[in-house]
Each structure stands twice: as C-alpha cells, then as structure tokens.
Design a protein around this ligand. Structure first.
Ligand code: DGY
Length: 337
C-alpha cells in the first residue's frame, strides 16, 4: 500500500538495489515513500513485477528489464531513473507510449569509464594480467631480456568508436601518449577534432589503421555485433580490441576465434555477452584476453554521483521540477508528467 500522510497518498519509489550510502539524499525531502530491495543481488523478476505494480517511480539498475510486460502490470508507473548512462535494459519507446519518463546518468561517469578504458589498453599492451599470473604461478625465477614482451602504446594509433562523452574523455587522455587518434562516430565533432587533434575517419579505415580499437557506442539494434568476424579480420594482427561499452556490441564467438588464431593481438573487456560471464567461458582460457566484471564506472565517488543523479531525476519529477537528464523528454513536453 502507498503511505498516506494527512490524507495525501505519497508516490511510491521502488529502488531495486542497495546503493552507495548517500545516493538517495535528493529524495530525502521529497514527499515520496521509498521501497528499497535490500539484497545485493538483482531482484528476481517476479518480485520486480510485484513491487513495480505498486510503484509510481522506479530507480532501476542495468540488470532490471523495464519492458512492456513490466509496464503492463505497473499502471501507476510514471518515471524510471536508470542507474547507468546506458539504457538498453529499458524499452524506451514502450515507456514513452505509456507516458513514463525515463532518465539516465550521463556525464558523471565519463571520466571514470575512460580511465578504465585506458587501464584495459595498458593491461593488454603491457600484458599486466599475464605478469601477475606469472608471479603467482612461481615462474619468476630470474630477470629476462625477453620475458613478457609487450607492445608500446605511446606513438601508436588509437581508434575510438563513438565520440560521446566517454569516447571524448578517452581521446583527451591520449595526448600524454603522443598518439595519433582516429575516431568514427555517428556524429562528427569538429570542435573536438580541433581541440584534441582527432581525425574523423570511416569506420573501416579506423579498423585497418588503429593499433588499439576502443568501443564507446550505446547498444542498439544497429550496434549489436558491430564488431564481428569481418571487422576483426580487417584489424591489424598486432592490434588490440577494448570494450567498455556493452558486451553484445562484439560478436564474442568471433572475438574468441580471432584472439585464439592471432587474427588480432588480443582483447581487454569490461563487458561481455552474456553477463555475468561464466568462469568456464573459452575467452578466459586465452592469455591474450583480459576480462573484468563490468566495473568501468565502479569508483566510490562515481557510483555515488550516479546514485544522486538518478535520485535527483525522481525527486525533480515528483516535486514538479524538470528532471536534469531525461532520455525521452517528449513525455514531459507533452504534459505527461
Ligand atoms: C553504464 O552506466 O551504462 C555502465 O555500463 C554502468 O556504469
């Protein structure tokens, strides 16, 4: 039941996961009732549907599917705040049809995610995970002129696919490495080209010329398997692929074959398809592949900012202010709010 104070029913906000302390501060003074899932595992689908049925707002994470089936059982629902910049877990057109505002957390995680893309570029090129395993396995018995030889990053060519906020932060960081920086993107950004000496090139050129291809596109029907067998074959045999975007942007089976057969030098992934990746996934058997568990935005400060951004979107919505980062603002503009 929704809580009633002085005869007024307060909107009920379902928060689908425990969040870093302080995340819900923007909602503290809003006249809403918080229903928070208290376990640090995703809500089982049935539980999500049951609680969504009572909810006016949902603060969702990227593992919660907000789809037509959920909208069908949630007649009160008016706003969904996704705790992520990506929102491929949300059926936005269906939300829009139902007059449900969707928001995300752009900007606040761009630098932190770019840092991770660089960590992965360096980890692959300099074989850092292999070095750790080498010591753990008791194989470090002497210094060797040819032990774990890697690839230089400096003065090489970086290829950035997608020049949104995260791609841009990756590009800015390349200047200290004296790299040639290519980018391919739906939208050309002459301002950024001038500021960071970027070269806008066709996607196929980027694949052929980059020593490091790093992915920063959203997952959409157009970007699903953007990197498959033919694209990997176009890359240099000395090149690395880095993915901090979404797992399904890469055809993972094709990636496995390419890394196994030396079609490319290796890959470093923050995201996989599916997630979580199974411990016996063939990719994990390859020494030239590094995988971390979708943690590119996982710093304490950034995860808190993601929480307060999501909560502020809901607080604004339920107190009659304009939410700061709507995904489908047409819902607000059509008077749906
Ligand atoms: C996002 O925000 O989309 C990331 O994948 C999770 O931080």
């Amino acid at each position: 039941m929704n809580r009633t104070i002085a005869g007024v029913t307060q909107p009920r906000i379902l928060v689908t996961r425990p969040l870093p302390p302080g995340s819900l501060a923007p909602l503290a003074s809003a006249p809403v009732h918080i229903d928070q899932w208290e376990h640090d595992v995703p809500m089982p689908r049935e539980e999500l549907l049951q609680r969504a049925a009572q909810a006016d707002g949902i603060l969702a994470t990227l593992v919660d599917r907000i789809d037509q089936a959920l909208l069908d059982v949630a007649p009160r629902l008016r706003a969904v705040a996704n705790y992520a910049v990506g929102y491929d877990n949300v059926d936005v057109p269906a939300c829009t049809r139902h007059g449900v505002l969707v928001s995300n957390t752009p900007g606040v995680l761009a630098e932190t995610t770019a840092d991770m893309a660089w960590a992965l570029i360096l980890a692959g090129a300099r074989r850092i995970p292999e070095g750790v395993e080498y010591i753990r396995g008791g194989r470090w018995t002497t210094w060797g002129p040819m032990t774990l030889l890697g690839t230089d990053v400096h003065h090489r060519t970086l290829g950035i696919v997608g020049m949104g906020e995260i791609g841009w932060q990756v590009a800015r960081r390349a200047s200290g490495f004296d790299m040639r920086v290519l980018y391919a993107s739906r939208t050309r950004r002459p301002d950024r080209e001038a500021e960071a000496h970027l070269e806008y090139v066709p996607f196929q050129t980027l694949l052929a010329e980059a020593d490091f291809v790093t992915l920063h596109v959203s997952l959409t029907p157009e970007t699903r398997h953007l990197i498959g067998g033919p694209e990997l074959a176009r890359m240099k045999p000395t090149a690395y692929l880095v993915n901090t975007a979404r797992g399904p942007v890469v055809d993972q089976h094709a990636l496995y074959e390419a890394c196994r057969d030396g079609v490319i030098a290796g890959a470093a992934l923050d995201v996989t398809d599916p997630e979580p990746m199974r411990a016996d996934d063939p990719l994990l058997s390859l020494p030239n592949v590094t995988v971390v568990p979708h943690v590119a935005s996982a710093t304490a400060a950034t995860r808190l900012k993601m929480g307060t951004t999501a909560a502020e979107n809901l607080a604004a919505f339920f107190t009659g202010r304009r939410p700061p980062t709507p995904v489908n603002p047409e819902v607000l503009d059509s008077g749906g709010a």
